[in-house]
Design a protein around this ligand. Structure first.
Ligand SMILES: [Fe+2]
Length: 255
């Protein structure tokens, strides 16, 4: 898989949580509970039902050790800060603060082993291969509560993330249409999907099963996920839950 990733700048896969933790059943339950109680993303519009949690950590490759960065007090709540430099045109150079991931989930063997599993598929310039790696973990849920609603990710454009590698693992998808992933050539970053020359779209796919996954090498491709809406409009709600894990060099994020 790593060879494919290096060659084309993205890949699709499916991981098995039961191979990554002996306690996966219990730990998946804790993740499910965390997704069910996510706070609304404070940086989206009132009408967009996007919910998220974020925590960050330092990965020490030579010890295969993860050290979670403690959240800070912000306006009376514990928060983890997230900065994408100029890469997200909707939040240029802004630090965003999110509710941290539940401590039980952060400390679970499952999440820690997913992070290490993903890290093992990344590839770095040899000059940097012995440095600590900065890792961001996002739990993102898009929900639609009636047939007129759509919910969308940020940015709602073809884009690059700014982090060297991003892995996306579907956690759950219930009664939604859309959420189509597109991988395209990097020069289409910050364009609307409709503007992209179809010849430059390298892959178009959807994820349905829990732990279907994909990854991108940020400098090699751009990517996009389309908004979601209810599939069966007679049912009351639908949602799509994703675990995003990004990896970058520490010095990239020193402001
Ligand atoms: Fe992205």
């Amino acid at each position: 898989m790593k060879d494919i990733f290096k060659k084309q700048g993205y890949f699709k896969d499916k991981i098995n949580p039961y191979e990554l933790s002996d306690n996966a059943t219990v730990e998946l339950g804790a993740m499910k509970k965390n997704f069910a109680s996510l706070d609304k993303d404070p940086y989206t519009s009132i009408t967009n039902n996007r919910f998220r949690a974020y925590s960050n950590l330092i990965l020490f490759p030579w010890e295969r050790k993860l050290s979670w960065i403690p959240p800070q007090q912000k306006d009376g709540n514990l928060s983890s800060s997230y900065w994408q430099g100029n890469f997200n045109p909707e939040h240029k150079d802004a630090i965003r603060y999110f509710t941290p991931i539940d401590p039980t989930v952060k400390n679970s063997t499952l999440l820690n082993n997913i992070i290490l599993h993903d890290y093992d598929l990344t590839f770095w310039d040899p000059a940097y291969s012995s440095l600590p790696i900065y890792v961001g973990v996002h739990f993102v849920k898009l929900a639609v509560l009636d047939k007129s609603q759509v919910a969308f990710s940020s940015p709602n454009l073809v884009h690059q993330d700014g982090e060297a590698f991003t892995f996306a693992h579907l956690f759950n998808r219930v009664n939604v249409r859309g959420g189509t992933n597109y991988i395209s050539k990097p020069e289409w970053a910050n364009h609307k999907l409709e503007q992209v020359d179809r010849c430059d779209i390298m892959e178009e796919f959807e994820m349905y099963e829990p732990f279907e996954s994909y990854a991108v090498c940020d400098e090699m491709v751009s990517h996009y996920v389309s908004p979601i809406e209810l599939d069966d409009k007679e049912l009351q709600q639908g949602y799509r839950e994703i675990v995003l894990i990004d990896f970058s060099l520490m010095h990239q994020w020193i402001k």
